[in-house]
Design a protein around this ligand. Structure first.
Ligand SMILES: Cc1cc2nc3c(=O)[nH]c(=O)nc-3n(C[C@H](O)[C@H](O)[C@H](O)COP(=O)(O)OP(=O)(O)OC[C@H]3O[C@@H](n4cnc5c(N)ncnc54)[C@H](O)[C@@H]3O)c2cc1C
Length: 449
């Protein structure tokens, strides 16, 4: 290792966080030699400015649904844990429920008026605003752009990243244009702002919403979004149509309820095309190509493939059997294979559960108990996560459909699938419309209060 003894802590903070992150993540970007030497040596010398741990230190990376649940409930289950939450965003805004904002059913405060600091104070853990950049599992150290953190237990809950190669886009220029001009709206809050502006400023024509294949984040959400956009067009007499280009042979969940909404509420506003796998996008000409057709759009929200968050791959934790680069973990206990100190949870898990907030929240409560048990030399029985998921299909009046799913392990197939108590509620009604908002409020309370 190349040390630079002259580098001070002040120098470190003056350096660009991005440069530090890039080098530690090993993306191959070039930087001046002196910066490289300085950055590489930092990983071993600069400690994060944190109070001394008062018990076994549990570091959680990612203050999304999964991480926030685990930080809170691990502390409850085993108060000796000294919990540190590492999150790169300095402001929370919810991914779930964002579709409702497009149709003005909620305001931005509903999604964003939740403070990481309140969550930490109310639940007796430390919030540390930093980007996790490296991992030394042998030394039990996590690197961040704000210094190194020693851990006894580490939970990585970093969510997802997009995989544009799955829609035939493999050059960085087209991918960057797509991310900027036609964002998917399934990760960063800033994508939601852009999509809402597109919908509210739409002059008419064709708006394309794509649906990827694989186990993408929130199966019903692209169809819910189509309903919310169509309802906005209908209400505001915008001469627009939403074309849903679906990679899959049919709507992936709550199909009856969504088809009914498309046909009965939005006949003139939604066109649904199944088995429309995207093979490429010509961004300049605004053309999406499928195997047999080309579609020219006026505007779009292009949802590419989904993969486990990039740090899972960077840290060498990808499951070789996962075609979405999800983590190589024990399906029942969530620890990395061969390492009971590092866990991966939430939407980077490889199990075929619905990548949704309710799943991450119920799973997080179970993982918190697993961690507490391990720290006390005990073990607990597996508990299935629960996917309770509402989809708003009508804005005026508010009407929704829902699913309530559990999971079971099939020993013969050696695979997880839906459990037999899974139920679909596909007749839209106003009670479920109200429950959609109540469900979200309940999750926010659970994460932040
Ligand atoms: C439009 C939309 C609608 C949805 N609708 C529903 C719904 O109706 N019902 C439902 O149950 N779910 C819904 N979901 C899905 C739900 O939001 C997610 O599945 C769930 O929040 C996943 O939780 P997570 O903690 O795994 O990931 P996330 O919530 O994405 O959290 C990951 C966190 O990790 C942080 N992070 C990542 N990398 C680093 C790093 N290197 N260093 C530090 N921090 C890092 C990120 O900033 C982020 O805060 C919807 C999602 C979207 C986008």
């Amino acid at each position: 290792m190349n040390h630079n003894p002259k580098l001070t802590r002040r120098d470190f903070f003056k350096m660009s966080g991005a440069a530090a992150a890039t080098l530690a993540l090993g993306t191959g970007a070039s930087a001046p030699a002196n910066v490289q030497a300085a950055t590489l040596s930092l990983g071993t010398h600069v400690k994060a400015s944190l109070p001394k741990a008062k018990g076994p230190r549990l570091v959680v990376v990612g203050a999304g649904t999964s991480g926030l649940t685990i930080a809170k409930y691990a502390k409850k289950a085993y108060p000796r844990f000294d919990v540190v939450m590492v999150e790169k965003r300095d402001m929370y805004s919810s991914c779930f429920s964002s579709n409702l904002w497009y149709a003005d059913l909620i305001n931005l405060e509903f999604l964003a008026n939740h403070s990481f600091l309140d969550a930490a104070r109310n639940n007796h853990y430390i919030f540390f605003n930093a980007t996790c950049t490296g991992l030394d599992r042998a030394g039990r150290k996590l690197m961040t752009n704000m210094g190194e953190i020693d851990y006894d237990y580490l939970v990585l809950a970093p969510g997802i990243d997009y995989d544009y190669s799955r829609i035939g886009v493999s050059d960085a220029e087209s991918e960057t244009l797509l991310r900027t001009d036609y964002p998917a709206g399934w990760t960063m809050p800033t994508e939601h702002v852009t999509i809402r502006d597109k919908i509210h400023g739409f002059d008419g024509g064709l708006f394309i919403q794509t649906v990827p294949g694989g186990n993408y984040r929130c199966l019903p959400a692209p169809y819910e979004r189509a309903c919310m956009i169509a309802s906005y067009f209908k209400k505001n007499r915008i001469k627009g149509k939403v074309l849903v280009l679906d990679h899959n042979p049919d709507i992936t969940i709550k199909a009856k309820g969504f088809h009914a909404a498309f046909d009965e509420l939005y006949k003139d506003y939604i066109e649904y095309k199944p088995s429309a796998e995207i093979k490429g996008v010509d961004v300049a000409k605004k053309i999406i190509k499928t195997e047999f057709d080309s579609y020219r759009f006026d505007d779009a929200a292009i949802y590419p493939g989904v993969r486990g968050a990039r740090i899972i791959e960077t840290f060498g934790l990808v499951d070789p059997n996962s075609n979405q680069k999800e983590a190589n973990i024990d399906g029942f206990k969530y620890h990395v294979i061969g390492d009971e100190r590092v866990y991966v949870t939430g939407d980077s898990r490889p199990m075929p559960y619905s990548k949704s907030a309710n799943t991450a929240n119920t799973e997080g409560k179970y993982v918190a108990k697993v961690l507490a048990a391990h720290a006390q030399g005990k073990s607990i029985n597996w508990e299935s996560p629960r996917t309770l998921c509402y989809s708003m299909v009508n804005a005026d009046p508010m009407e929704a459909i829902s699913v309530d799913a559990g999971y079971a392990y099939d020993k013969k197939k050696k695979a997880f699938g839906f459990s037999s108590d899974t139920k679909l509620y596909e007749n839209r009604d106003q009670a479920k419309g109200r429950a959609t908002l109540e469900w979200a409020r309940g999750i926010y309370r659970d994460l932040f209060a």
